[in-house]
Design a protein around this ligand. Sequence first.
Ligand code: AMP
Length: 256
Amino acid sequence: MMVCRTIEAVRAALAPLRGGSVGLVPTMGALHDGHLSLLRAARDECDTVVMSLFVNPTQFGDAADLDGYPRDEERDLAIAADAGVELVFAPSVQEMFPPGFQTWVEVEKLGAILEGLSRPGHFRGVATVCLKLFTIVHPDRAYFGQKDAQQVAVLRRLVHDLALELELRVLPTVRDDDGLALSSRNARLTPEERRRALALPRALATKDAETARQLLDGLDVDYVEVAPFDPPVLAAAVRVGATRLIDNVPLEGDTP
Ligand code: AMP
């Protein structure tokens, strides 16, 4: 497995592989089985699998959240190699956002609701970094998790609006046995907080906003709402201690 730190190195490494299809799995690391399901799908569907490993500072509003984000590159590289990834792109912040950087892409309406209200600028950071990754890697397919349903909606809009030549593949949310959606942030929960956090998947499983609101009563809830994505989802964000968790359930189809 190749590990590239620069845009130039990625382009050089991929040049001889352009005859076959390229799949990109963007991640911020601290890999878990949710990421693995994306890597496996990419492995199944593409000749070359590229994983990006980049904790994107421009999508964090809160410096403490960025500083405390779990990082373990050695472990992530071992997992990626095991999953059959050919190339990991793990750039520095300087490489992706060099001094003087001032070009942003904003998906105006979809990026402003729900998560966008609680985290102003979040989707501008997500859309910009993903567009840059797409430009660097030129994937035929890019893989994302339904866990971040609004991110998927924003990126679908971006791909459509800017006529990007790639297919977005969306994989179902992977959950722990107790129902909690896997997230790199779960590592920060104390056992007691984790117990309280289980109210989130239980509330969403009702697929009814009013019932979910009642079940989440007493928690620090940012929102519980039906979101107008494709498919529509019941989405919620709650704070448990210092950790903010998001989750959603699709309201149509059989995607978990
Ligand atoms: P992150 O590293 O948190 O930015 O996530 C990288 C990708 O993994 C995103 O497309 C996420 O939606 C996806 N992902 C994160 N958690 C899960 C999960 N529990 N199930 C499926 N996909 C996930």
